[in-house]
Design a binder for this molecule. Sequence first.
Ligand code: FE2
Length: 258
Amino acid sequence: MKLAILSDIHGNLTALDAVLNDVAYESVDKVICLGDIAYKGPEPSECVSKIQKLDIPCVYGNTDLYLLGAMGIKNLQSHEPSYIPSPYELPYLNWHIEHMSKSDNEYLSKLPFEYRFEVDDQSFLFVHGTPKDCYSAIQPHDSIQHVESSISNISADWLIMGHIHKQFIFRSANTVLVNTGAVGFSLDGDPRAAYVTIDTTRGKVTLHRVNYDIEKAVQIAKKRDFCFSPEWYGEALRKGWWEPIPYPERVKIDQLNR
Ligand SMILES: [Fe+2]
C-alpha cells in the first residue's frame, strides 16, 4: 500500500491544492491528514471543506483545539483539557471563526486524537504532536532518551507526526518515526510545501517538497483583510520561517522580562 500523509495546512488553500495535485501523480492508495487545518491562514473554511469533502481521515492538531476553545466547543474525542485562549489571541481566532461555517466547526469538533491501522504486518500510529498529546513534540535534534520516553508503550511499528513543521525520518529501537513537515507554513527555512509518502510493502519513506504560488496566497490574505498583517504573513511564507506572531501580550511579556 502507498500512503500520502500531510499535516499543518494552516488555512493555506493555495499550498494544499499544490500538494494534492502532486499527490495525484504519486498513485497513492490512501491520504491521511494530521491536523492544524485552519488557523493562521486566509482560507480556513476552504481548507476544512476540502479535507472533509475528499473524505481524508484526519486527527486534530493544537490549533484546531484553539479554534474550538474560542468557540466554547468541546472536542468530545479529546482527552486533553479544553483550550482557553487569552484575550489577546481571541481577535485572531475570531477572524478565522467568522470565516468558517457551522459544518466546519462540527467537523473539527469530531476529529479524533489519533488514527491507527495495520497493513503488510505493520502497525501505523498517526498523531499531530506526540502519542501523549497534541501540544508536545519530538524534534529532530532531541536526545534518544526523550524520544524513547515519548514513545514508550505506543505499540506501533510506525509513528507518523506533524506539528513541528519540519520533516524528518528517525529509526528508534522498535519504531520508525516520521515527521511530515507542513503544507501551509514551513518552519525549516525551505518555503516549499511538504508532505511524505510511505510505501508500506517496501518500508520506503519519501520526503516531498512542492513549489506553490506564495504570492497568490499573500494576495488572498490582502483581499480578505487577514487578521495577521500581509507583510508578516508574506515574509513568513517566503522565508519558510516565522518571526514570533506579534500578539500584544508578547510585547507585554518582553517588557516585563527586561
Ligand atoms: Fe501547526
